[in-house]
Design a binder for this molecule. Structure first.
Ligand code: HEM
Length: 325
């Protein structure tokens, strides 16, 4: 069982993972200003954390009844929208990747995150482009260490993929599609990617106020003052024809259809989450079931990096008496 999906790193990969993790924390320490609240290393800017309901559909075909999707269910969820920017006050109009982090509450079954095996939370992390800009772990390493010297990357392909993702125009985070980009297990012998597809798109004639530094947060709140918003949550299964789609290189587009398995409905804004609570949450792709575990080098790097970054920022804020503020 899960033989083909074994998530162990070679010695070389482990060495990259250790170096990437150390570089992230070193950058955090270097950039941290005393007396300021420590924040996420990336996706630092939040457009708000909102309450939602995640409903697993009741009429799924048997091939999709896997893990969380094995039986119908309704889960309360906390959802944080983010901007890939390093600064929490960055202008939303500046190009960047946009993220969504979804935390389902009350999900039974053992979880994969070391130390949180009994957690009843399950997280999904996605961004608004279908592919991931780093084909190999070496590219991620160069990116993280290059960032410390002020260079994004000297690899033209990585630069091209980053720009493609960053240049997408986002008018409202509630009217945007999001993708896991990197693969996850879908039961013992299949792999999938996840997608969250917006039920409605911003009309083409609508122009957001780009001079408003936080127009994405304001746009989401404005919509949710008037009505609920529903996205379709879908899985895209790995295809083996005409050739097996890559698990390791997520810069390559997968071709399978998006198969709807659940719906995510945002409640109206009288139920928005406190800013400090949202910022202190941990979202981690490993907080999930065995059947849906993260795959690929990117998954294995994230197992070390997210835990280290969350631990660093939480401890820093605890020491400074800034938790809850
Ligand atoms: C090797 C690849 C990656 C690395 C090293 C990485 C690194 C990080 C780090 C350090 C954080 C902050 C974690 C925290 O302090 O809680 C983060 C957050 C985030 N990442 Fe990644 N990431 C990677 C890949 C991805 C991918 C493929 C996606 C989605 C398509 C993604 C989406 C996000 C989102 C949405 C957040 C914000 C989560 C939140 O709101 O708490 N990341 N990432």
């Amino acid at each position: 069982m899960y033989k083909t999906l074994l998530n162990t790193s070679s010695a070389e990969e482990q060495s990259f993972i250790d170096k990437i993790t150390a570089a992230v924390i070193e950058k955090q320490k270097k950039n941290h200003k005393k007396g300021k609240k420590a924040q996420r290393d990336v996706h630092t800017k939040s457009h708000g954390t909102f309450k939602a309901t995640f409903t697993v559909r009741s009429t799924l075909p048997s091939q999709l009844k896997v893990g969380l999707f094995a039986k119908p269910g309704k889960y309360n969820a906390l959802v944080r929208f983010s901007n890939g920017a390093f600064a929490s006050d960055a202008f939303d109009a500046l190009p960047n990747i946009r993220g969504i982090a979804i935390k389902l509450l009350g999900v039974s079954g053992g979880k994969m995150l070391p130390g949180e095996e009994n957690s009843t939370e399950l997280d999904f992390l996605m961004a608004n482009d279908e592919t991931f800009f780093a084909p190999r772990i070496e590219d991620m390493f160069n990116l993280v260490t290059g960032n410390m010297k002020g260079i994004a990357t000297d690899n033209p392909r990585v630069l091209g993929l980053m720009l493609k993702a960053m240049m997408k125009v986002v008018k409202n985070p509630l009217h945007t599609d999001y993708y896991s980009q990197v693969p996850y297990a879908f039961g013992p012998d299949r792999a999938c990617k996840f997608a969250l597809l917006a039920g409605e798109k911003s009309p083409c004639y609508s122009v957001p106020n780009l001079l408003d530094r936080h127009y994405l947060r304001h746009g989401a709140v404005d919509v949710l003052k008037k009505r609920e918003v529903t996205f379709t949550f879908a899985v895209q299964l790995q295809q083996s024809q005409p050739r097996l789609e890559s698990l390791e290189d997520s810069s390559m587009l997968w071709t399978g259809d998006y198969l709807p398995v659940a719906d995510l409905t945002f409640h109206m804004v009288d139920r928005m989450v406190e800013e400090s609570e949202g910022e202190e949450l941990s979202f981690n792709p490993w907080r999930t079931l065995l059947e849906l575990q993260p795959l690929s080098w990117a998954g294995r790097v994230r197992r070390a990096v997210y835990a280290a970054d969350f631990k660093w920022r939480t401890e820093e804020n605890r020491k400074a008496g800034l938790l809850g503020k």
